[in-house]
Design a binder for this molecule. Structure first.
Ligand code: GRG
Length: 309
């Protein structure tokens, strides 16, 4: 079995090639919107979510790799497009007002706010077209899986998930006129992150399991694994916001603390946050092992804890 870093390299290349094929081109649509969507999509993100989709499949069914890759590739691309849309919108002046993302000026800095909003809208909408369209099959079992995946991804991206979490975040940051900014305690913070970042991470893994027709037991285990993983990812993100540098992270650092936003280190301190992150990752791996699974998802959990960007 290749080393996990080689595995990630191969999967990333596969995802990038598929995204290049799937993203619309001009003259199908105006060149400017293609340029703006591509600018953020190919800016060098880690591809954590689509790698999770593939790693789920490679963990649940380590054999049958080529056929399974055909089944899950569109969903892997769709979750990355939705993630990229969320970053473009999150960086807008109306939200986090960030100038740097993935090591480059943010989309609205380069294209203006209007086109940046539209690039996000384009990526989100296109993601659902891809989920509905591919894989191109008349097989009723696969069509049913596609529908289940669309529902799961929509739920994760929408008001129960990412959009809901972002709304709570805006209100907590005092960015909603005539609404009191609610201070989040540790429970409120966790609930916000479960929606804002956790839901899409969860759906990325679950989509892989659904698309290969995994049993309900396996889907539940993957969902629980990804819930713990998402929490670990977020705590590490909060720690990196303090300990990381803009050079390495490719985004502005220290903004959360400067804005007085609740974060894990702000509530628990750095040392306790590190142990909470380690606990979340250990929980993720325990859930897998309890269901008789290990492999790529195990390794990815370790990398999420150790990541420096
Ligand atoms: C605008 C509806 C809407 C939602 C935005 C996800 C999100 C909600 C905002 C992002 C804010 C943020 C920086 C959250 C911390 C965790 C996170 C999602 C980090 C970025 O994800 P990575 O590290 O980024 O996977 P790359 O660039 O590697 O893909």
């Amino acid at each position: 079995m290749p080393d996990v870093h080689d595995y990630i390299k191969v999967r990333r290349a596969d995802i990038d090639a598929a995204l290049k094929k799937l993203i619309p081109t001009s003259p199908e649509c105006p060149p400017l919107i293609v340029e703006a969507m591509r600018y953020s999509l190919f800016a060098g993100g880690k591809r954590l979510r689509p790698i999770l989709t593939f790693a789920t499949v490679d963990t649940v069914e380590p054999a049958n790799t080529a056929d399974n890759a055909e089944l899950v590739r569109p969903a892997a691309c769709a979750v990355e497009m939705i993630h990229t849309y969320s970053l473009i919108h999150d960086d807008l002046p109306a939200m986090d007002n960030d100038l740097l993302r993935r090591g480059r000026p943010t989309a609205h800095v380069v294209f203006g706010e209007g086109v940046a909003i539209l690039a996000g809208d384009g990526l989100l909408t296109e993601a659902f077209r891809i989920l509905a369209r591919w894989p191109d099959t008349q097989d009723p079992a696969v069509t049913t899986r596609k529908l289940r995946t669309i529902e799961r991804v929509a739920e994760a991206a929408g008001s129960k998930g990412m959009v809901g979490g972002q709304t709570v975040d805006l209100q907590a940051a005092g960015q909603v006129p005539d609404r009191k900014s609610a201070t989040l305690d540790e429970f409120g913070l966790r609930a916000m992150h479960e929606r804002k970042t956790g839901a899409l991470i969860r759906a990325s893994a679950v989509a892989g399991a659904i698309m290969i027709g995994a049993s309900d037991d396996k889907i539940d285990a993957i969902e629980s694994y990804a819930t713990h993983l998402g929490l670990g990812f977020q705590i590490v993100d909060d720690i990196l916001d303090i300990e990381g540098t803009a050079d390495i992270l490719g985004k502005t650092v220290g903004k959360d603390a400067a804005a007085g936003k609740p974060t894990y280190p702000a509530i628990y301190g750095l040392e306790k946050s590190r142990s909470l992150a380690a606990r979340a990752i250990a929980n993720a791996k325990d859930v897998l092992h309890d269901c008789g699974l290990s492999g790529r998802l195990d390794e990815i959990a370790d990398l999420v804890l150790a990541r420096k960007y």
